[in-house]
Ligand binder design. Structure first.
Ligand SMILES: C[S@@+](CC[C@H](N)C(=O)[O-])C[C@H]1O[C@@H](n2cnc3c(N)ncnc32)[C@H](O)[C@@H]1O
Length: 222
């Protein structure tokens, strides 16, 4: 197992499961942000029932499960066995949902499927070099299909490859995974350089309350 996969398995064991219902009493929903009941939903994908959609770094699978529940054919990819175990335990029997353990770029390069939409919520698109991952996504996104991803906005002055620390026990060093942070205009430029069109990066503010950090949401069409 790679150090990265070990790190994400460790992360998986620390993260709580998604609630059983959201503030509206719904049992499935889409959330692009780090806050409950906040921000836009699946409409950003511009995909319809029957559409084939791909979640890169699906984690415990809540967003992919929602897309399956509203009639899409959702495929969730994640390199963490522990994340997928939790996803299968909760959503495994849902019609229209498929979960597969794979590294995002390796999967895209190995499949001949085309997707109506590709998305990533604080997922593989944040944790993979975009110069390598974006071309692989473009290959497998149907012309006109949407790529949408969300992540924490960059810290001013800290751009490019950064270290994210995943804590372990009090006497152990944290594990490290790499992530890629860029300013909004830079994301639009990176996407345009790979041939994506209608690129748009926007900052969604945090909900009212003490927290200040919003959510970066980036979208483009193939
Ligand atoms: C912060 S979690 C987010 C999970 C989920 N999208 C959510 O919103 O809860 C990041 C996930 O991306 C997965 N991941 C990171 N890099 C990946 C890659 N290159 N290929 C596949 N999965 C990856 C990790 O295993 C982890 O489950």
């Amino acid at each position: 197992m790679t150090d990265t996969a070990i790190a994400w398995d460790t992360y998986a064991r620390q993260r709580p499961e998604r609630r059983q219902t959201n503030a509206h009493g719904e049992t499935t929903w889409f959330n692009w942000t780090q806050y409950p009941d906040h921000g836009p939903g699946a409409e950003l994908l511009d995909a319809t029932a029957g559409g084939r959609v791909l979640d890169l770094g699906c984690g415990k699978g809540g967003n992919a499960a929602h897309l399956a529940a509203i009639g899409m054919r959702a495929l969730g990819i994640d390199l963490s066995h522990a994340q997928l175990l939790a996803a299968r335990n909760r959503w495994g029997l849902l019609a229209g949902l498929e979960l597969r353990q794979a590294e995002a770029r390796a999967f895209l390069q190995s499949t001949d499927e085309t997707f109506d939409a590709v998305y990533s919520v604080y997922g593989a698109l944040w944790f993979t070099d975009p110069d390598l991952l974006l071309p692989a996504i473009r290959e497998r996104l149907r012309p006109g299909g949407r790529l949408v991803f969300s992540q924490r906005p960059p810290v001013a002055g800290c751009y490019g490859c950064q270290a994210s620390y995943i804590p372990r026990g009090p006497d152990e060093d944290p594990l490290v995974v790499k992530r890629w942070d860029y300013e909004l205009r830079m994301w639009e430029q990176l996407l345009a350089e790979q041939g994506f069109v209608d690129t748009r990066a926007a900052l969604l503010p945090a909900p009212p309350g003490p927290r200040r950090v919003g959510t970066l949401i980036v979208s483009a069409r193939g």
